[in-house]
Design a protein around this ligand. Structure first.
Ligand code: ZN
Length: 135
């Protein structure tokens, strides 16, 4: 079952440059920065109530974020929904005809279990299901 919008993922060329807007203009606090080697991205999470803004910067030319930036430029990359059971959420989406990018969850930033639906199945918005933080 979905619980809330966990975070919004925003693709940027440079976290160092983009953080000015989130910290100085919006007044948000950066909670943590983390490199996710498996996805070839560096992430920075800004807190806003129960939700986070996740900035995504590519760490390699073949990073999925590098490909996104070269085809679409900076901007909203994905919407992440917190689920009580990511496996079950994926099964239900598949049963209802969605194309999955991940058939089973992978480990993402914050050690969360994450999985993505193909944007063709979700009207152009890359959709992530994620668990709560696994400590
Ligand atoms: Zn995300």
């Amino acid at each position: 079952m979905l619980k809330k919008i966990d975070h919004l993922g925003i693709a940027v060329h440079s976290i160092a440059e983009a953080r000015h807007f989130y910290e100085t203009v919006l007044g948000l606090t950066c909670e943590k920065e983390e490199e996710v080697a498996s996805q070839k991205v560096r992430t920075a999470f800004f807190v806003l109530g129960e939700t986070h803004i996740e900035l995504l910067e590519p760490t390699a030319d073949d990073s999925p974020i590098a490909k996104f930036l070269s085809s679409r430029g900076e901007g909203l990359h994905h919407v992440a929904y917190r689920s009580s059971d990511v496996d079950e959420q994926l099964r239900q989406a598949k049963d209802k005809g969605c194309t999955l990018i991940h058939a089973t969850p992978i480990t993402g930033a914050g050690n969360k279990q994450v999985a993505f639906l193909h944007p063709k199945s979700s009207h152009g918005v890359l959709t992530e299901f994620c668990s709560g933080e696994q400590k």
